[in-house]
Design a protein around this ligand. Sequence first.
Ligand SMILES: Cc1cc2nc3c(=O)[nH]c(=O)nc-3n(C[C@H](O)[C@H](O)[C@H](O)COP(=O)(O)OP(=O)(O)OC[C@H]3O[C@@H](n4cnc5c(N)ncnc54)[C@H](O)[C@@H]3O)c2cc1C
Length: 376
Amino acid sequence: MSTHVVVLGAGFGGLELSARLSSADVDVDVTLIDKSEAFVFGFSKFELMFGRESLEEVRSYYRDVVKPGVQFRQETVTSIDPAARRVATDRNAYEADVLVVALGADYDLGATPGFPEGGHEFYSIDGALRLRDLLPSFTSGKAIIAVLGEPFKCPPAPCEAAMLLDEWLTERGVRSNIEISVVSPWGRPIPPSPGASKAILDRFSERNITFIPEQGVTALDPAKKVAYLRDGGALPYDLFLGIPIHRVPAVVEASGLAVDGWIPVDQANLATRFPNVYAVGDVTSAPVPKAGVFAEGAGRAVAEYLIAELRRGGSPKPYDGAASCYVEFGDRKVGRVDVDFLTGDTPSARFAGPSLETAEEKREFASSRRQRWFGH
Ligand SMILES: Cc1cc2nc3c(=O)[nH]c(=O)nc-3n(C[C@H](O)[C@H](O)[C@H](O)COP(=O)(O)OP(=O)(O)OC[C@H]3O[C@@H](n4cnc5c(N)ncnc54)[C@H](O)[C@@H]3O)c2cc1C
């Protein structure tokens, strides 16, 4: 009898895990479930927001996931019973020998008073598309990009948004009428990487972007167009882009898998406290940033662990929490931070400065994943 692996969520984590299991010579049936019909890279939200690509251009359809042993189901997960490894969706019920939760993080816009009415976000596809339509009418005033709570996906994204907004406004000849500020909870843009942080702050000072460190926005007054700060101060704004407060999806919260907001996992193999239930990516409290490259690495680590178990042999490498993150600097240039969170005593990071070559490498990164996961 083959082992039935049910994977909830076809993002970076779920797709990588399914692809790896499919390519291994083991007897598994994988059911991969996602409510969406298509995958979109997180960083494609920038392409949408600045009108560089259309929604159709950035989508990869799950119907193209044609892999031996993998069945994709477009369904919404409505309940998870981790003790019984039973899952209900809007259309079916599943019993799993092995259950993997890879449902990512949701956004809670209402958790920041005034934000739904007075601000915008580029973290969802809809939010990025709304901004694409709104940005052309923003020709003067103050733009604020602010983090509304931790943890949040893709730590460099607020600074990337500022550098790309600067470039976009400059190309339209209105940049000199606009002030751009970034409000960050941290002392520098990317805490584990002094090199990347310095390069971002150098670009900010060249391009007249203000970095406001160790600060947070707690509420907006949409009528007065004021953002209230954690320290009691206030900032006036004309355009407010917030990184929303993140939460596990409601179905994960209701399952009892989460503790203090996120699913705790064994660092080495991403096992939860329920037998044969694993969790990967943004939905976990693994001590790595919430980013696709880490979710992908975790998905791969679980796959290797399961393959070794199914073969009753081999010693899979523990999850290393190492990945390369690309950072958009504007002018089509991209930098790269190679970070390792788990193998040493403290996180280590190496930084490659912004270049057109690294921008090409980022495009290859995306096309290699499209090839591996969707076959084109
Ligand atoms: C603007 C921006 C830029 C980014 N840039 C980068 C970058 O350059 N590099 C990088 O590595 N990361 C980047 N990220 C972060 C990255 O997109 C996420 O960290 C990554 O997608 C997490 O992968 P995951 O597999 O954990 O979850 P996800 O990719 O979010 O996948 C979760 C899946 O679960 C599905 N789902 C959720 N609830 C249900 C349900 N009830 N039923 C069925 N399906 C459900 C969703 O539809 C989704 O497909 C960026 C993010 C943003 C917003």
